[in-house]
Ligand binder design. Sequence first.
Ligand code: NAD
Ligand code: LMR
Length: 313
Amino acid sequence: MIAPIRAVFAAGQRRAFSASARDLSKVTVLGAAGGIGVAADISHINTKSSVKGYDPTPTGLANALKGSDVVLIPAGVPRKPGMTRDDLFNTNASIVRDLAKAAAESSPNANLLIISNPVNSTVPIVAEVFKARGVYNPKRLFGVTSLDVVRASRFVSEIKGTDPKDENITVVGGHSGVTIVPLFSQSSHPDLTSNAELVNRVQFGGDEVVKAKDGAGSATLSMAMAGARFADSVLRAAQGEKGVIEPTFVDSPLYKDQGIEFFASKVELGPNGVEKVLPVGEIDGNEKKLLEACLGDLKKNIEKGVAFVAANP
Ligand code: NAD
Ligand code: LMR
């Protein structure tokens, strides 16, 4: 283990379903010297895997990326109290752009799982970098929004006195403030769509953690759990498991007619990444209003990412 390193790359090899060499997967974490993933820390988890940290040099980066099936990117700065995720744009946009350039070079066919905020803008940044190099595959780029669904099920269970694992709450849109749209009308508690306090808590759940950490960062433990869950789903689907469905922010057909290229919804995963983007489905009047507010902000966030790469290729 090489540490401490600014940009540690933790590359784990993991077996999914069988012991054959074909089923070994390489997962790389870019920015793994921070709260969400540190190689030494990850290496204590009892999965059948090997974990290795890499030097933060161009060679270390290329070696970490080469042959990766999944690349998780949590690199970049977290929020401090009073900041929005968009306030991170000026710092994180160039960090994500540069890591995307390295991934386009060394692991162009990997599934890219973007955690760095603002996700609504960093995902389009990665897409633009890949497009410029002729290696963009919209089926393999994912903004990680699992934490919104994890939070929503937790918060609902607290109100209803249920087990959160039994709460299946759909959350669509993006990953910041009003772009986060929980669809309680589709859950087993449709009455909750009029619970404005709950909707607000899901939309601004990240702020609770930022406030509690009081300048020391944002969610790390719940994020690591949510990120691991999503990465595991991507790997299981890659290895042939059917019916793997996760919420994620992807290049989506759902609102392209309104000029919105990326949208988070339930997505069926498969061996080639995105198998099928599932429709939003029936929503009620409250949710229609939330969705309207979401789409306006989301469009601007996406355009900001695209414009950044055009101006700073
Ligand atoms: P952190 O400060 O603890 O760690 C950041 C990591 O990024 C460190 O490893 C640091 O070395 C690395 N880094 C910084 N500059 C880099 C560069 N130029 N190249 C490569 N790596 C670089 O932060 P954290 O708590 O781990 O959060 C990281 C990011 O994840 C933040 O942007 C945060 O907002 C975001 N986040 C997203 C979600 C989500 O749901 N999508 C949840 C939590 C956090
Ligand atoms: C979260 O939802 O917890 C993350 O996006 C981090 C943040 O800034 O809130």
